[in-house]
Design a binder for this molecule. Structure first.
Ligand code: GLY
Length: 375
């Protein structure tokens, strides 16, 4: 195996799997993936953008085995019932079996959709994640969350279904546009804000290098992020407790995305960037978090060109009642209780099982007011 590859394990007993991280590993896929692809056929699910740039390299890397390729439209709209049905029909028409392997080759949208397809096709076939965006490399490809979106909200239909392997090529990010890099960086920052203040300090020093695609900085950030995620997932695979921390900023983010309408104008990571600051601000309002830490988070986002609420399009940010309604439909909630991830400071996130409805609506009204948004 190429010696620049580092391997982490997501330790889940019989469902354990490796995350291989390296530079230019896509050209060596055959060798790396061999232990994870049993004799059968392979279907690559990807989108038009990734296909144009990298599909040939992956196909070449897979050698002369039979490969079915399904190329989908880029964007959140692909995570829909209609596309799910279409992909399942194609695979069933090709008589895909449980011995065959799906490869998710793309960002979070392709990874989430492919994982969901794999979990329901003939009651479950194996799949491999080859994430091509920073966001997918540090978050969505690891941990087995699969989903599609519905008009009621994001990721509300899905399953927990682990891949057989995750293969991360840091070099593939060289073709990613800066907007997508910043969107992915929000998820890197999330790990630091949850439970790793030292990592936050490192990011304050190195985020700009990483966003400029410095390979050493990227490798460190991806390794730290995947290690953090693997550690949480192995302790709480099905999100009965601690895994909910990985949703820091996400209840706000999912509401913003639902309001934006999944039309590509607001990327998931952009919403997470705004949502992280909202989670810290709201924690400060509740008296849990110091203003100093909130300021440090705000400054870090601003120094790295990361979007916050007032940078988003007016219709997305000026309707607190609509945002509140979307937050009420979040998967984490039970009954009337609205569960939220809050912070006692940088690196000190915690799960608040029941946030007062009036208090959260009050916060949203405050930050969505024309005065706040004019700042
Ligand atoms: N992205 C959050 C999780 O995987 O739990």
């Amino acid at each position: 195996m190429t010696n620049n590859i580092e391997t982490l394990t997501v330790a889940l007993g019989v469902r354990s799997y490796p995350i291989h991280i390296g530079h230019n590993v896509l050209t060596d896929t055959q060798k790396i993936l061999k232990p994870h692809i049993s004799g059968g056929r392979v279907a690559i699910l990807t989108d038009e953008t990734v296909a144009k740039l990298h599909l040939q390299t992956l196909q070449k890397g897979l050698g002369d085995r039979e490969v079915v390729t399904i190329i989908l439209k880029p964007g959140e709209n692909t995570k829909s019932f209609a596309v799910l049905q279409n992909v399942l029909d194609k695979l069933l028409q090709a008589n895909f079996s449980r011995e065959d392997t799906l490869i998710a080759f793309g960002g979070g949208v392709i990874g989430d959709l492919t994982g969901f397809v794999a979990s329901v096709l003939k009651r479950g076939c194996q799949f491999i994640q080859i994430p091509t965006t920073l966001l997918a490399q540090v978050d969505s490809s690891v941990g087995g969350k699969t989903a599609i979106n519905t008009p009621a909200g994001k990721n509300l239909v899905g399953s927990f279904y682990q891949p057989k392997c995750v293969l991360i090529d840091t070099n593939i990010l060289s073709t990613l546009d800066p907007r997508q890099m910043r969107a992915g960086y929000a998820e890197v920052l999330k790990y630091a804000l949850i439970n790793d203040k030292d990592f936050f300090g490192w990011l304050e020093e190195n985020a700009s290098k990483l966003l400029r695609l410095d390979q050493a900085a990227l490798r460190t950030a991806i390794l730290s992020s995947c290690t953090a995620k693997a550690n949480i997932v192995k302790r709480d695979e099905y999100e009965h407790g601690e895994r909910a921390l990985l949703n820091l900023g996400h209840s706000f983010a999912h509401a913003l995305e639902a309001k934006a309408g999944y039309d590509g104008t607001l990327l998931h990571g952009e919403a997470v960037s705004a949502g992280l600051l909202m989670a810290f601000e709201y924690s400060q309002d509740l008296g849990c978090c110091s203003g100093q830490d909130v300021k440090r988070v705000r400054q870090h986002l601003s120094a790295n060109g990361m979007p916050v609420l007032c940078d988003l399009a007016t219709p997305v940010r000026n309707d607190p009642d609509a945002l509140f309604a979307f937050m009420g439909r979040d998967k984490k909630n039970t009954g009337d209780d609205m569960k939220l991830i809050l912070a006692r400071g940088i690196g000190r996130a915690f799960v608040e099982p029941s946030v007062g409805h009036a208090s959260i609506l009050g916060y949203l009204k405050k930050v969505c007011s024309s005065k706040a948004l004019a700042k």
